[in-house]
Design a protein around this ligand. Structure first.
Ligand code: ADP
Length: 543
């Protein structure tokens, strides 16, 4: 027997309609290439979004067709998100920081028909335009005054395009399982793979994101996503924040600029900011060197890579800001776990609390987790056993776009293999020890490169640390520690190794330390271990 509840589709356009009604006067502030500080209201945003939807309707697109964006975080990008997805097309966010060959591969693989492009990214597209023949035209996200000379085919100015349209538009109603957005993983091995989100998964994920134990978002929050709109939908913020009516602040092309971020956080009264650890390093360094405190920020969600304990401490002790660590991935929309405390943890000492926040976190409702050994046997949640981390739930991909099961990413019983190795403790808090391919195998045992990196980052003279396995005749592999010294600091190998003693297991102490000026990062801010392993492939460890 079915229940007697209305059958209304969970569509992203419903967020927009709700936000328009209830939070019409709420503000959206953006830094853009053509305006250092643009400011308008939700109402104005949605009026323009409807104009854009009308313009898209005249391009001859069919439901499910892909329309790409190559753009930084700002209001026009947000409008494109909703106009494309809300109309029933698929908003394909492309990461402009990828190698041009990857951008070409992704656009062709997705068969994007039109591309919305930020003024600053036009030169990148001009260079590859002849390799993406399927694209019918380009919308340059600026006004007439800033419109560049360009040879991009059918280039139109965003403001001109929408200016000609009516602001009346009826959002179509269709099956909530229709695709809404597409995002490719960065493809550190092999070609990038497309993750295709749908309306239902997006809404369910947004409900989870706003809940108190996750981001605790409400209309009294002001949110600054430093995580890009092209990286897993900025962790769902465009949907979650609008669902509850938060003020939004977008940093545009200034995402890596500590001074601009600091200014926005203070002037706009930002209560929550989100980003990967590297962007917060830049902000904390700026605040330190300028002798400034973050006065307004209350909490920050950090994920995408393990958060060093030192960063959690610096935010708390210097700025009175709570760090909420999150773990997830493109394939998971991305939220999987969040390191918020549980009942009974009120009595923890400040140091014990830091240890909780340094874990990747506990599973949120909607994400089931398990860890399994090589044979697929489930391992206990005892804080000691580790295994491959597998997940399932309504916002986790069931396959990759146009790969039809060929990636081997899913188990026969319907779980997604994350490619991460993890430990889960008795309280359900999970810690990532490594990516499966980065694990260091020493004498038949595994060493966690992430744990060593995090511990090393606790040394005052260390700006960044990376650990890789290097071939060893007796132990198969041994850890090599790669360090960038903090500005002006002096630190030598033996001093650092001695300092690590007692902080990590004795047999985890790296066999050697090399000091470098730069550590390579992926387009999404993770340490590029593949590159490091290549660089140090012939490295001879001291005997
Ligand atoms: P990419 O496109 O680079 O794969 P993702 O954001 O999808 O970007 O990367 C997901 C991976 O990032 C996870 O599988 C995990 O290895 C790593 N990661 C994310 N959050 C954390 C975290 N809090 N701690 C450790 N690793 C993390």
């Amino acid at each position: 027997m079915h229940g007697l509840m209305m059958d209304s589709e969970l569509l992203i356009s419903t967020i927009l309609r709700h936000a328009d009604r209830n939070f019409g006067n709420q503000e959206i502030v953006s830094v853009t290439a053509d305006n250092p500080l643009h400011r308008y209201t939700y109402q104005e945003c949605f009026r323009r979004t409807r104009q854009l939807a009308n313009a898209l309707g005249k391009l001859g697109l069919m439901q499910g067709d892909r329309v790409a964006t190559l753009a930084w975080n700002d209001y026009r990008h947000l409008e494109a998100y909703y106009a494309i997805g809300g109309s029933g097309y698929v908003c394909h966010t492309v990461n402009p920081r990828l190698f041009p060959e990857q951008v070409v591969f992704i656009i062709n693989h997705a068969e994007d028909r039109w591309i919305f492009v930020d003024l600053l990214i036009v030169p990148l597209l001009e260079k590859i335009a002849d390799q993406i023949p399927g694209v019918e035209g380009f919308v340059i996200m600026t006004d007439e005054k800033h419109m560049p000379e360009t040879n991009l085919k059918n280039a139109v100015c965003y403001e001109t395009l929408i200016g000609a349209e009516s602001d009346a538009f009826d959002w179509p109603v269709f099956d909530e399982r229709s695709a809404s957005a597409l995002c490719y993983t960065s493809g550190t091995t092999g070609d990038p793979k497309g993750v295709l989100y749908d309306h239902r998964s997006t809404i369910l994920h947004a409900y989870a994101a706003v809940s108190p134990d996750v981001m605790n978002l409400s209309s009294i929050d002001c949110v600054l996503p430093v995580v890009p709109l092209f990286h897993v939908n900025a962790w769902g913020i465009p949907y979650a924040a609008l669902m509850v009516g938060c003020k939004l602040v977008f940093p545009g092309p200034k995402m890596g600029d500590g001074e601009t971020l600091y200014g926005l956080l203070e002037q706009e009264n930002v209560s929550l900011a989100l980003g990967v650890p590297t962007v917060w390093l830049a902000l904390l360094q700026y605040a330190d060197s300028a002798g400034k405190k973050l006065n307004k920020l209350q909490r920050t969600v950090i994920g995408g890579a393990a958060v060093p304990e030192r960063m959690i401490r610096d935010f708390r002790d210097k700025h009175d800001v709570t760090v909420i660590q999150g773990w997830g991935m493109t394939e998971m929309s991305p939220l999987g776990t969040v390191s918020t405390p549980k009942f009974g943890m009120e009595t923890l000492t400040p140091d014990e609390m830091i240890a909780v926040r340094a874990k990747a976190g506990r599973g949120i409702f909607g994400v089931e987790m398990r860890i399994v050994d090589d044979k697929g046997t489930e391992m206990p949640w005892d804080g000691v056993a580790y295994g491959s981390l597998q997940v399932r739930g309504p916002w986790i991909c069931s396959d990759y776009f146009r790969l039809e099961g060929k990636s081997g990413s899913h188990t026969a019983d319907g779980w997604f293999d994350t490619g991460d190795v993890a430990i889960i403790d008795e309280d359900g808090y999970m810690s990532i020890t490594d990516r499966t391919k980065d694990v260091i195998k020493s004498g038949g045992e595994w060493i966690s490169s992430i744990d060593i990196e995090n511990t090393a980052m606790g040394h005052d003279a260390v700006a960044e640390a990376a650990v890789i396995g290097v071939a060893h005749p007796k132990w198969t592999e041994r850890p090599l520690l790669i360090i960038i010294r903090a500005k002006g600091a002096s630190l030598e190998r033996d001093e650092l190794l001695a300092w690590l003693e007692g902080k990590i297991a004795k047999w985890w102490i790296p066999d050697d330390v090399v000091f470098v000026d730069e550590i390579p990062h992926t387009a999404t801010g993770k340490i590029k271990k593949i590159e490091l392993r290549k660089q140090f492939a012939d490295y001879e460890l001291p005997s």
